[in-house]
Design a protein around this ligand. Structure first.
Ligand code: 13P
Length: 251
């Protein structure tokens, strides 16, 4: 049985004070929550203070991106050591907004995944198709390409530590959630890709989150699907009550 994982991606929202007050409220509700992994991914500026707030609770800290180099002249970038220093246990890698707005490639994603693993942090690697790709029947082709390039040259013990987030781009921030069947179909494809590339143990172990307009109203149905192990929540994670509802209904 795979442990559910619900992560809130706050994206470019919330000041330090706002993120901390959210963390305080979440901690109150889920101080010793045993049924799922709960991860909160605030913007970089709030990581340290949010960490101080949740450090002794069951809530874990995640970052929204990272650069793969150790240190040096990379103006504007954040390194793995910096993120580990402030207590990050998870890092989102290859979010569709990074890919589509900032031009991140599958090769960049692969470098980031490897660097994150090397530092003992868990990557949440995002993949997903655009609406025109789905409409043209290319969903599996797109997912296969993102998976094979993003996970290139990874060993089985490494891939089993990764979380994959299936986030169909047409469902992100649009209010248009994938149906539970569409999510299941894509998750099954992803899991089977892992089996083909590695083995049955990796197939059984890898955790796959769904992301894209997840709300308290649709989480239970999504989670009832065999291959859906959690959710990566954007908009609905900005409000403590709706994020809390999602966590409770996911388990
Ligand atoms: P929404 O939940 O706002 O659709 O965002 C999903 C997402 O991109 C999470 O990473």
């Amino acid at each position: 049985m795979r442990r559910p994982i619900i992560a809130g991606n706050l994206k470019m929202n919330k000041t330090v004070e706002e993120a901390v007050s959210m963390a305080v409220a979440l901690k109150r509700k889920f101080y010793t929550f045993a049924e799922a992994d709960i991860v909160i991914c605030p913007p970089f500026t709030a990581l340290s203070k949010v960490h101080d707030e949740i450090v002794d609770s069951s809530i874990m800290l995640g970052a929204q991106d990272v650069y793969w180099e150790e240190d040096g002249a990379f103006t504007g970038e954040i390194s793995l050591n910096m993120l580990r220093d402030v207590g990050c246990r998870y890092i989102i890698v290859g979010h569709s907004e990074r890919r589509n707005i900032f031009g991140e490639t599958d090769e960049d994603v692969n470098r980031k995944v490897k660097a994150v693993l090397k530092h003992g942090i868990t990557p949440i690697m995002c993949i997903g198709e655009k609406i025109e790709e789905r409409d043209n029947g290319m969903t599996f082709e797109v997912l296969e390409k993102q998976l094979s390039r993003g996970l290139k040259n990874l060993f089985k013990d490494e891939v089993m530590r990764i979380i994959i987030a299936y986030e169909p781009i047409w469902a992100i921030g649009t209010g248009r959630t994938a149906t539970p069947q569409q999510a299941q179909e894509a998750h099954k494809f992803i899991r089977e890709f892992i089996e083909r590339s590695y083995d049955k143990e990796a197939y059984l172990k890898i955790r796959i989150q769904y992301g894209g307009s997840v709300k308290p109203e649709n989480i239970a149905q999504l989670m009832s699907q065999e291959d859906v192990d959690g959710a990566l929540v954007g908009g609905a994670s900005l409000d403590v009550n709706s994020f809390s509802e999602i966590v409770k209904k996911a388990v």
